[in-house]
Design a protein around this ligand. Structure first.
Ligand code: GDG
Length: 490
């Protein structure tokens, strides 16, 4: 009997892993950054397939020509082109002024403009049309994240019956928050058109099921463990939690490379005789940056011996500058950094080194290596890959992770990180103090265990786990896993 070829993976996400930037009227292709691309990039490089998304420009260009041959991915790229109106109302509007704040439990930031919803539906249809055009009957379509909740529903409308999976990278909120959404029923009904829904944590899945009960009606659940079968409104789908991860081997080896080690040494030489506390955050109100700055100031007040002994290196990556709350947040952060530096700076010591730009990969890894403490304190976060990357990059296993209890990553890392409530300025200050004084042996033990835990649940396990869970609907998808040498670990 002839074997059927394995299914091809088709990823549909808001952005492609390649972005177009305009420099003096000339387009340039660069790698996109962000958690989704960090996580899915290695998967696609390893198994091939097709990636559908927006390249970030409202002017069309020939992507194929723009990407240098040496940088061409070994998987296909299919752009979805958005107009400026679509970008404004779908991407900046509904995605980032409605779903993003609401799902991060910040409903007061939401702008529930009905025009945004109309455009969200229209643009989801557009993504679905591109997917329908380019995905074969036997392909497995895997839709990602909050921008594209309606894609399966749109595909079903055009007659697509094959399996479609969805993974939500951000939190799913509790019912009392979710019900503020004027289109709550439509959103839930659209999610039920997928065959499998993946969340980052068990809490996010619990919230989703509770929202179904409150808004749609009776929910039947079968099974136990991280994937359940759910029956609601005549639909049967799988719902699971799949904490996302990173490519451990790739991060560890890149972080240990000579160029990174040298840059890390330079950073330490330029800021000698002190411990560096690192913050790397996209400019976003969910990341809790003003609270972090306030807690850092509090640490300098509560523990004066830390003055001249620690410096915070706060990297702020520009993001969504066209949305008012982001613009206001940037002004607030600038002001706070200026005020703290003005208050404490002494000859030879600046408390906060502030970088407002996108770092290249070597710079990013060098900062991970150079900093003895990371301060990752989001107010709410689906997972937070910076926390995992920091640990894996700590090849000497001598650093300390301070992590918010409201990051999805805390579920996995809580035993060996210092867990804090980002709203508790005394608690965060105490954690900074404790990290600073933590003996080498305790640092080593904690970091060793953090790294092993991330190695055990790397990104290849994550994708296999998701695809296996959807196996009933996608029986011929091959596994991705790189061999994991569990026995070799201590
Ligand atoms: C969403 C969810 C979830 C950051 N600055 C630079 C840079 N980065 C890279 C980091 C990391 C990624 O961006 C950020 O990932 P996060 O996970 O922290 O956050 P989101 O982008 O908001 O991602 C999140 C994630 O999806 C995955 O499911 O964890 O909760 O919100 O990889 O390294 N990379 C470079 N320069 C920078 O300046 N090169």
């Amino acid at each position: 009997m002839r074997k059927r070829s394995p299914k091809r993976l088709v990823i549909v996400s808001n952005r492609l892993p390649i972005s177009i930037e305009w420099d003096n009227g000339k387009p340039r292709a660069r790698h996109s950054s962000g958690g989704l691309v960090t996580a899915l990039g290695p998967i696609m490089r390893q198994r091939g397939g097709l990636w559908i998304g927006w390249p970030g420009s409202v002017d069309k260009v020939d992507l194929g020509r723009l990407i240098p041959a040496s940088e061409k991915p070994n998987y296909g790229l299919r752009p979805v082109w958005l107009t400026s109106d679509e970008r404004d109302k779908f991407y900046l509007g509904f995605s980032n002024e409605v779903i993003w704040p609401l799902f991060h439990a910040l409903q007061t930031v939401c702008n529930f403009d009905p025009e945004f919803w109309t455009m969200y539906r229209r643009v989801n249809r557009k993504y679905a049309q591109v997917a329908k055009r380019h995905a074969g009957k036997d392909d497995y379509i895997w839709v990602h994240d909050y921008h594209l909740i309606l894609v399966a529903q749109e595909l079903r409308r055009t007659g697509v019956t094959g399996p479609i999976g969805f993974f939500l990278h951000i939190p799913f909120p509790a019912p009392d928050i979710f019900v503020k959404m004027p289109w709550r029923r439509e959103i839930l009904e659209a999610l039920l058109e997928y065959d499998i829904l993946g969340f980052q944590t068990v809490q996010h899945r619990r919230n989703f099921i509770q929202c179904l009960r409150n808004v749609i009606g009776d929910v039947g659940l079968e099974g136990k463990g991280h994937v359940l079968r759910l029956k609601v409104a005549g639909r049967r789908i799988s719902v699971g939690y799949f904490p996302i991860s990173i490519d451990y081997d790739q991060f560890a080896s890149e972080a240990g490379a000579e160029a990174v080690s040298e840059m890390a040494r330079n950073v330490r030489q330029q800021l000698p005789d002190r411990q560096l506390v690192l913050g790397i955050d996209r400019l976003d109100y969910t990341k809790g940056i003003p609270y972090k700055l306030d807690a850092f100031r509090n640490a300098l007040l509560r523990y004066p011996e830390l003055r001249e002994r620690i410096s915070l290196v706060q990297v702020l990556v520009p993001s969504r500058a066209d949305i008012a709350p982001y613009h206001d947040l940037k002004i607030e952060i600038d002001r706070l950094v200026g005020a703290i530096n003005g208050e404490f700076t002494k000859s030879g010591w600046i408390p906060i080194h502030y970088i407002f730009r996108h770092l290249d990969r070597v710079e990013l890894l060098a900062l991970y290596r150079a900093a003895g403490i990371a301060l990752v304190t989001p107010l709410e976060d689906g997972m937070n890959l910076v926390a995992k990357e920091y640990c894996v990059s700590s090849v000497e296993e001598d650093s300390v992770l301070i992590l918010s209890e409201f990051a999805g990553a805390a579920v996995q890392l809580q035993r060996h990180a210092l867990i804090v409530n980002p709203y508790d300025r005394d608690g965060v200050a105490d954690a900074i103090h404790r990290a600073y004084h933590m003996p080498q042996e305790e640092r080593r033990q904690r970091m060793h265990r953090l790294r092993r835990s991330i190695q055990d649940q790397n990104i290849y396990e994550w994708v296999d786990d998701f695809l296996l869970a959807g196996a009933a609907s996608a029986p011929r998808l091959p596994a991705t896993s790189k061999p994991v040498r569990k026995a070799a670990r201590r």
